[in-house]
Ligand binder design. Sequence first.
Ligand SMILES: [Zn+2]
Length: 59
Amino acid sequence: MCEYCLETNMEDQLRGSDGVVYDTENQEYNLYVEHFRNERHWIPVNFCPQCGKKLTKER
Ligand SMILES: [Zn+2]
């Protein structure tokens, strides 16, 4: 695990940056990217793009 995929990551903390955020509602990981102000993207990911950690939660 690296800073990029910390389970404690929140969108507010990542403001202006990017990282992996866990969506508790849908129980999936999303790569949160903020390119410009008010332009945000959430991309579902199964692996951390930085350290390669598998991000799927066992249910
Ligand atoms: Zn990582």
